[in-house]
Design a protein around this ligand. Sequence first.
Ligand SMILES: *[C@@H]1O[C@H](CO)[C@@H](O)[C@H](O)[C@H]1NC(C)=O
Ligand SMILES: *[C@@H]1O[C@H](CO)[C@@H](O)[C@H](O)[C@H]1NC(C)=O
Ligand SMILES: *[C@@H]1O[C@H](CO)[C@@H](O)[C@H](O)[C@H]1NC(C)=O
Ligand SMILES: *[C@@H]1O[C@H](CO)[C@@H](O)[C@H](O)[C@H]1NC(C)=O
Ligand SMILES: *[C@@H]1O[C@H](CO)[C@@H](O)[C@H](O)[C@H]1NC(C)=O
Ligand SMILES: *[C@@H]1O[C@H](CO)[C@@H](O)[C@H](O)[C@H]1NC(C)=O
Ligand SMILES: *[C@@H]1O[C@H](CO)[C@@H](O)[C@H](O)[C@H]1NC(C)=O
Ligand SMILES: *[C@@H]1O[C@H](CO)[C@@H](O)[C@H](O)[C@H]1NC(C)=O
Length: 798
Amino acid sequence: MALAPPYHILCFLISFLTLLCFSTAQTQRNISLGSSLTAVNNDNSSWESLSGDFAFGFLKIGKEGFLIAIWFNKIAEKTVVWSANGNNLVQQGSKVELTNLGLILRDPKGNQKWSSGISGTGVAYGDMLDTGNFVVANQNSSNLWESFDNPTDTLLPSQTLSLNMKLVARYSEANYSRGRFMFVLQLNGSLELFTRAFPRDDANAKSHWNSGTEGSGFQVMFNQSGSIYVAAKNGTVLNTLVSQSASTEKFYKRAILEYDGVFRQYVYPKSNSKGWNMAWSPSSTSIPSNICTISEEIGGGACGFNSYCSLGNDQRRYCSCPDGYTFIDPNDEMGGCKATFEAQSCDEGLGDADHFDFYSMDHTNWPFSDYEHFQSVSEDWCRKACLSDCFCALAIFNDGGGCWKKRNPFSNGVMDYSVGAKALIKIRKDNSTSKLGSRDSKKKDYWTLVLIESVLLSVSAFVNVLLLAAFVVLFHIRRKKSKVTTPNQFKPAMNLQSFTYAELEKATDGFKEQLGSGAYGTVFKGALTLDKKTLVAAKKLNNMMQEGEKEFEAEVVAIGRTNHKNLVQLIGFCNEGQHRILVYEFMSNGSLGNFLFGSSKPSWYQRMQIALGIARGLFYLHEECRMQIIHCDIKPQNILLDDSYTARISDFGLAKILKINQTRTMTGIRGTKGYVAAEWFRNMAVTVKVDVYSYGILLLELICCRRNFEHEIEDATQMILADWAYDCYACRKLDFLVEDDDEAMEDLKMVEKYVMVAIWCIQEDPSLRPSMKKVVQMLEGTVEVSVPPNPTSSISSL
Ligand SMILES: *[C@@H]1O[C@H](CO)[C@@H](O)[C@H](O)[C@H]1NC(C)=O
Ligand SMILES: *[C@@H]1O[C@H](CO)[C@@H](O)[C@H](O)[C@H]1NC(C)=O
Ligand SMILES: *[C@@H]1O[C@H](CO)[C@@H](O)[C@H](O)[C@H]1NC(C)=O
Ligand SMILES: *[C@@H]1O[C@H](CO)[C@@H](O)[C@H](O)[C@H]1NC(C)=O
Ligand SMILES: *[C@@H]1O[C@H](CO)[C@@H](O)[C@H](O)[C@H]1NC(C)=O
Ligand SMILES: *[C@@H]1O[C@H](CO)[C@@H](O)[C@H](O)[C@H]1NC(C)=O
Ligand SMILES: *[C@@H]1O[C@H](CO)[C@@H](O)[C@H](O)[C@H]1NC(C)=O
Ligand SMILES: *[C@@H]1O[C@H](CO)[C@@H](O)[C@H](O)[C@H]1NC(C)=O
């Protein structure tokens, strides 16, 4: 397929420019007939593109062998975009050669393992283009073969998928052999998703998603600006799959049908090595939107037999085994689950039934493999019917009184809110091994099992040695696996989820459990996944200005990119009609306000840790994240505590989202009385120093475990903590501040240091206040704290 002329010109210009920039990168060009590469350990034998962005050659895949592939060459991950022999890795010493029959791969013995084939004759040269396309061309530079025309699982910008072409998912993240899903552009113009009749190449009959373009679809295009769409023959865009506009100069891009059956686009900032991020697009994040809900009579479904699929918080699908079952191969989550107990015996008749029991899983179904169906029965009846039947491995019961008996293996398991039935899983009472739980606990169970087994079997030293060996090997495989998968790990940064109002209504049980409320909205507790593992806090914003829907999303995305261990992570948002909701990770230990001023006060050590954590979080917001964020409302209620009592700043960025005029006007004041710096009220620009002021007040509160303003105190000099603290400091009577706190009394030097830092922070003159960076350094002890002046002494100069 020849590329359109304008593209060539563009390509030439880009190549020329990159040549100027990377003139030192000497690369092979124009691979001449007869050139070859040999697979050698510890060497990347490859042909690079002019810019060096892509390379074609041998990649070593673990210890298994070598893969002929094209990969992103300038990034550490060496992400593969095309491969030839995923099903058939070759050994060291194998050779790929450009012959007049195209590319030919031979093993060390000379046996042909793969060949590209060519259309036409007269091979003159090969070329690894900067687009990621490897071409074999004739004398006249017409392409006889292109990797772009023979895609594996990935599309790159400028690549098209023509009629009858397909993408086939690989087997797993790190196993490039052909896997279980494929995307085909049918001859009738419809792009469709199928499961494969694994391990055979053909597709199963049922399509699980289609582009709705039959009769008019002609090509799937991935254009330079990152949009992927189905186009008609005349070029009209029929269905946009992904629309996204990260600049091609700044980002690498790829779209891939992943091993889990989901088509996703990823971008990678060229300027840093932060890894691949799922491209964020308001319209669609993945196709299909929920792979778990696909189902067909043949095959295991989105996960393997006897397992069930659920969509995680990160929008990825997870395969899990029901309680009482474990993965057959712990390294292959799609390989299915097996029971950990002995099946019910049919010989003993009803006798064995006594050893079995059920547990139920809500919103869960295995839609096929039923062999009996009863209507208008009760759940109890359904349980008894399954219990007394040795064939019955589980029963599905729905509110309509339907009862389905299922036998092993059950397939297409799914746990999703859309499922209106519950599964009653039958397990042997005496050796149920684990609680119904998360993937993590399952992992632990697996290891516990291995350990128990090895202890039980320790009578036989030989067996033990074997197990130890297996353990070491498995451990090694696991480590290897986790290493390989890290580059594509879920990055919260660009992976903000867009929720519908209905989804959040469901997740919060109709906004039932209120966690708190303030001037800008009310926060509700919710759970995103069905196993209720992913708790969230959904903040419903009120007083939203009507306009600026786009701006809202832009701000939210910017906030979603922040990522620091002392910030509450934003997970997603809803922007539907007048509903604006921000979804945050849930903080189990509530707000610092409740902790600090509540009945069980934190220890001095804990308070110091919290103070340092908040300072680090603010330093990040002010100086380290991509866009500077002024919080404008630092106070104990806005600091939350996670499981380990680490301080996490919440509500940062709200000032921008709420479009509050951050310059002066009284009506626009977002801050809270007592924590607000004086410049809010004066004719001065608001800077990060307002946060430093609020932090100073907060720090005093942390030191003394009391509110800044307490009118119930009899001694009027102590009513305002900021004043009293300075008085105590000036009179060298710091022990007054921490009187009832033995731990702090023992540590008065540190108390003094913290008080001094706080006094610096609450200087009336913003320019005297230190930056948060300096605050962190002072608290950490890397910078000396000098003697602070009286906070109000500079007021006259303003
Ligand atoms: C590549 O080789 C072909 C045929 O030998 C030749 O026509 C072309 O000019 C060469 N191109 C480059 C960039 O060297
Ligand atoms: C192989 O690749 C690594 C990592 O990209 C690089 O550091 C090394 O220089 C390469 N070796 C050769 C022989 O090209
Ligand atoms: C190259 O182009 C010339 C003129 O267009 C043509 O005569 C010749 O057959 C072409 N050669 C190949 C190998 O296609
Ligand atoms: C990849 O998975 C296939 C199918 O399970 C298996 O046969 C093959 O050995 C695996 N390849 C590697 C390199 O692990
Ligand atoms: C397109 O054609 C294929 C057969 O080529 C057929 O199986 C499929 O159902 C058709 N798709 C639609 C949406 O009509
Ligand atoms: C292009 O093709 C599509 C589908 O075949 C058709 O609906 C549309 O009218 C055509 N547009 C033009 C400008 O011809
Ligand atoms: C890519 O496609 C999108 C959507 O059709 C369009 O808005 C954009 O202009 C296209 N970009 C290029 C470079 O063709
Ligand atoms: C479960 O019990 C059966 C016999 O009741 C036994 O054979 C089997 O090993 C037990 N499994 C586990 C995991 O304990």
